[in-house]
Design a protein around this ligand. Structure first.
Ligand code: ADP
Ligand code: TRP
Length: 341
């Protein structure tokens, strides 16, 4: 089947690091908003596996993570027929473009990248060599990311705040290329910052994050889901005491999964007193499980058939490569390295 993008729609591109074990913070903070973009944009999503290689050196862990995260996005509703969904490592043009972009990237620009600077600072504070543990993959990460983006003539890149600097660097790099050849050879992307997505609280009230070990994994079995929800930290208010839904982590989570009417009804019960935290958690569990049960089932179904999943990603690469090849050809021509082989 031929992939026909709807003409004149702008291109959005989302890169997904396959770091495994998606949680409900990722779901509401990144997956859902990114999937909604497919209504308005010609949307492309890719698994950034070469980026993950910088930190993940265990082959089993990395390949399992790639499949899990890909299956996760499909289970969450990504429709591979309507969008382009592929693995970065299936698009060799990425690395060709990355090499060309290196020639237009100031080393000083890389010195200023947050992730690299944070590594240097950590080393210095520990009294280590400043570059200890810093590989060239980490140092040149923004160039590879610029290649991911520029390769598809992306108009917008939806990201969390932490990634804005990378998009701005991609802009800078594309503009230096265009300035050199005095025409728009490459498209400079715009960041679309997700400003109003809620920060999903974790089991201990802090931001839900893998690094805090306070997550509710998106596809955890029902039994474990209940067990985790029962572990959410609460205050010591007794059953009869009226409770303030506005300051309760449990209610905050409930809001993500319940309709307006359900939220209003439960808020009333909080305020009236007579409902203990155990019951509030039970209500939360029911609402969470109602939304996640079908996702979990789809996820398990996809994970049971790895060849089918690999085929979906391979098909995505087939759709992506001609687009990428055209951009690389344009750049090679502008650069004067398009002589016949
Ligand atoms: P983690 O903090 O668990 O390591 P990542 O940094 O891998 O999560 O986040 C991947 C995406 O999910 C990012 O776009 C981030 O903004 C979003 N995200 C992660 N945790 C949350 C959260 N608790 N609430 C909202 N969004 C989140
Ligand atoms: N750096 C991004 C992250 O850590 C992942 C990523 C890689 C990406 N390439 C991209 C995101 C291109 C958007 C566009 O989340």
């Amino acid at each position: 089947m031929l992939y026909l993008p709807i003409v004149n729609r702008k291109v959005s591109l989302t890169g997904i690091k396959p770091t495994g074990n998606l949680h409900i913070g990722n779901y509401f903070g990144a997956i859902k908003p990114a999937l909604e973009l497919a209504r308005e944009y010609d949307a492309r999503y890719f698994i950034a596996d070469y980026h993950a290689l910088n930190t993940m050196k265990d082959p089993e862990e990395l390949s399992a993570s790639i499949r899990e995260v890909a299956a996760g996005w499909l289970a969450a509703g990504l429709d591979p027929e309507k969008v382009i969904f592929y693995r970065q490592s299936s698009i060799p043009e990425t690395f060709e473009l990355s090499t060309m972009l290196m020639a237009f990237t100031a080393k000083g620009l890389m010195n200023r990248a947050h992730a690299y600077k944070a590594a240097l600072q950590g080393n210095t504070e520990r009294g280590d060599d400043p570059d200890a543990g810093v590989n060239m993959g980490l140092f040149t990460y923004p160039v590879l990311m610029a290649a991911d983006i520029i390769l598809f003539d992306s108009d917008v890149v939806p990201v969390g705040k932490d990634q804005v600097q990378h998009i701005e660097m991609a802009q800078d790099i594309a503009r230096s290329v265009n300035a050199n050849y005095r025409r728009e050879v490459l498209k400079a992307p715009q960041p679309a910052v997700r400003e109003n997505v809620a920060v999903v609280p974790g089991l201990d009230g802090r931001k839900m994050s893998k690094s805090y070990g306070n997550t509710i994994p998106l596809f955890t079995p029902e039994k474990n889901l209940r067990r985790l929800i029962m572990r959410i930290v609460t205050n010591s208010q007794g059953i009869e005491e009226p409770k303030d839904p506005g300051s309760s982590q449990i209610f905050l989570l409930y809001k993500l999964f319940a309709s307006q009417d359900e939220q209003a009804a439960l808020a009333k019960r909080y305020r009236a007193g007579g409902m203990g935290w155990g019951e509030a958690k039970e209500e939360l569990f029911r609402a969470v499980n109602r939304e996640l049960a079908p996702l979990r089932e789809r996820f398990q179904g996809i994970m049971r058939d790895p060849p089918a999943l690999d085929k979906i990603l391979a098909r995505g690469a087939e759709k992506a490569r001609p687009i990428a090849a055209a951009v690389v050809a344009r750049f090679r021509k502008a650069a004067g390295i398009d002589l016949p082989v």
